[in-house]
Design a protein. Structure first.
Lengths: 330, 315
């Protein structure tokens, strides 16, 4: 949000407030909340840690942090960890305002966001916690085994609008009907697919980075999977964890370095090209003064990476990567 | 009418036909069919919705409703501790905030507007303003709450912020419905009371408020169900979707008013989002919707019963 827009909103809010108070004939004094509640935040540091941790950010990473908090509860029952998931961007806005202790992120922090943090004097540590792959899939009866980013752009990108066979996208692909199923625009998986596969090629072609409008979008991954199963030459994409357990064929993807199969190892090692890193960002100053936050992140890095990430359906880091993360947090 | 050329006899017969042979009244029959179809469509949509939600949520309601009732927000749908207790508590307290703040203020404002305020340009401006406020989209109230009650506390959201925001949201509706109920009190009642020497306060207390009570009650309880079902403003005010650590405080403890909170609509939104990753959340969301629906229906039936009771009493 731009500053001027925010000022407008604030003005609007103020006007509304004044209007309401006038409407109630001065009978209401609704602003008595502020004074009362600053106290509960910084709990005293006791030997068996107690305190509060507040986490915001990506809704994709949200379940990982929630799971870690659930496991941490058994270790330190007096630490209250609250987690919300408004989205990576909103999360960084709060984080750089000093409103949160940890920000979940399904991508690395952007330069503009990092500048906001720097301007507010907030120093942070970036911790890689897991990886989310996107599975490109088709029906088990389809003869296609591998697709390139160019193929995917020509099959699913905006220029493909109106095409009805695979061959129209690339002569090497079969001359068979093309039925596309994927997540809708509101989905994080949709965004990641655009960002990783479509964006660069769309820029080259001078078109908007989005998908063709004429595919079958669904917010429900189960609907996407049954769509894939319903047609012999279907095409679609969902989060890897979801596709891996389904009776569909996961296509190999060529991101420029040859065809790579999608499995936990190739995703963890970043060989498989359509994957994104899942991060948490920790506010350094708050970690230094809040023992509960420090203990929670210690636990996240030590145990969470091994257990929580896989339990909620994402791909854990390789042992080397884990060791690196642990050494960095140290 | 096309009856101009028909004589008196013809008109009489025509009237007779219309009364006794309904089959001839094609337009009337058609109109009736259209009305019936409209009713059928709206009922059908409601039934489809109910059936869909019930079938989605049935596995949870059937197998583990007790745990579901007492459970909390969890990361996995297979977790036995997954449930709605935090959403129920949040929605309950929000309803209390609305009842305690919006009802007295709204009804008082309505009494003043109808009985005391002089009729001039200022009162009509206020009247129009209140009507417009009742039509303002609920997200706007969410922004108001965000800036007034959350940003002022360094971005710390609280149950109180959510409750006050929703109380403000329904305030104009309470004022309007209460004012309308008061306006509907027959002036003969008031004049009779004034005639036997009652003061204004007596008239309001013993005549106007009792007579307007059924209307006021219906309006206020309906606004309560609206507040309990709102999600958009609460999302802005910062209701929690992912995890709300179980605090030690009791259900009625005052500490929680300053803690982060969640509410039934927010729990539902969160679980629907999660169902893409973990399909079991779809059933949990369905069950939560059934519970919320049951509460709203209960409150609305309560409104109808109370109205009937007061109407009979006033009878």
């Amino acid at each position: 949000m731009k500053n001027s827009a925010r000022q407008m909103l604030r003005l609007l809010a103020m006007m509304l407030a004044i209007g309401l108070v006038a409407a109630a004939c001065g009978g209401s004094d609704s602003t008595d909340v502020e004074s009362a509640a600053e106290s509960s935040d910084d709990a005293a540091e006791s030997s068996d840690v107690a305190g509060e941790v507040f986490i915001s950010g990506s809704s994709t990473v949200e379940p990982v942090s929630v799971r870690v908090a659930e496991l941490f509860e058994d270790v330190a029952p007096d630490v209250f960890v609250d987690v919300e998931g408004p989205g990576t961007g909103d999360g960084f806005e709060k984080f750089c305002n000093g409103e949160t202790d940890i920000s979940n992120a399904s991508r690395a922090i952007k330069d503009a966001e990092a500048e906001n943090c720097a301007a507010a004097g907030i120093e942070y540590t970036e911790i890689l916690v897991g990886i989310d792959g996107i599975g490109v899939m088709t029906n088990n009866n389809n003869s296609v085994d591998c697709v390139t980013f160019e193929n995917l752009f020509n099959l699913i990108g905006p220029n493909a609008e109106g095409t009805t066979t695979w061959a129209e996208a690339d002569a090497s692909l079969p001359d068979a009907p093309l039925d596309i199923f994927g997540p809708g625009e509101e989905s994080g998986t949709f965004d990641s697919f655009i960002e990783i596969v479509i964006e660069d090629l769309a820029e080259e072609a001078g078109v908007e980075a989005t998908t063709r409008a004429d595919y079958n979008p669904s917010a429900d991954d189960n609907v996407i999977l049954s769509g894939i199963e319903s047609s012999d030459t279907s095409l679609g994409w969902v989060g890897f964890a979801f596709a891996a357990n389904a009776p569909v064929k996961l296509l190999q993807v060529d991101g420029g370095d040859g065809c790579v199969e999608a499995n936990a190892e190739t995703i963890a090692s970043n060989e498989y090209p359509i994957s994104r890193n899942l991060y948490i960002y920790v506010n350094d100053a708050k970690a230094a003064e809040n023992a509960a936050l420090q203990a929670f992140v210690d636990f996240y890095v030590a145990d969470g990476l091994d257990t929580a990430v896989a339990e909620v359906g994402y791909v854990p880091l390789t042992d080397d990567a884990k060791a690196e993360v642990r050494a960095a947090w140290g | 009418m096309a009856m101009a050329t028909i004589g008196n006899n013809g008109a009489a017969r025509r009237v007779e036909d219309e009364i006794f042979k309904q089959g001839r009244d094609l337009r009337g029959a058609g109109f009736r069919m259209v009305l019936l179809a409209a009713l059928a469509v709206s009922t059908l949509i409601l039934i489809v919705l109910l059936v869909q939600v019930l079938t989605d949520g049935w596995p949870v309601i059937d197998e583990r409703f007790g745990d579901f009732w007492s459970g909390t927000l969890r990361s996995r749908s297979s977790d036995d501790a997954l449930g709605i207790s935090q959403g129920i508590a949040g929605s309950f307290w929000i309803a209390v905030f609305v009842a305690v703040l919006a009802f007295p203020i709204g009804i008082s404002a309505a009494v003043y507007l109808e009985e005391y305020a002089p009729r001039n340009w200022l009162t009509s401006v206020i009247d129009i303003a209140i009507r417009n406020l009742a039509g303002v989209p609920s997200v706007v109230y969410g922004l108001l709450g965000l800036f007034l009650f959350v940003k002022t506390r360094d971005g710390n959201s609280s149950l109180m912020a959510g409750g006050i925001t929703l109380a403000i949201l329904v305030l104009p509706i309470v004022v309007i419905t209460a004012a309308e109920a008061i306006r509907a009190v027959p002036s003969s009642l008031k004049e009779g009371a004034f005639g036997v020497g009652a003061t204004k306060w007596d008239v309001i207390r013993s005549q106007i408020l009792p007579f307007a009570a059924p209307g006021i009650l219906t309006g206020t309880l309906l606004s309560l169900s609206r507040a309990v079902g709102e999600a958009a403003p609460l999302i802005l005010v910062g209701a929690i979707t992912g995890r709300l650590a179980p605090r030690d405080g009791s259900f009625f403890g005052a500490d929680q008013f300053f803690d982060r909170f969640t509410a039934m609509p927010i729990v539902i939104v969160g679980w629907v989002q999660q169902s893409g990753r973990d399909e079991g959340f779809a059933a949990a969301a369905g069950a939560a919707i059934v519970v919320l629906l049951a509460f709203v229906i209960l409150m609305n039936s309560g409104a109808v019963l109370l109205r009937n009771y007061f109407e009979k009493k006033r009878g």
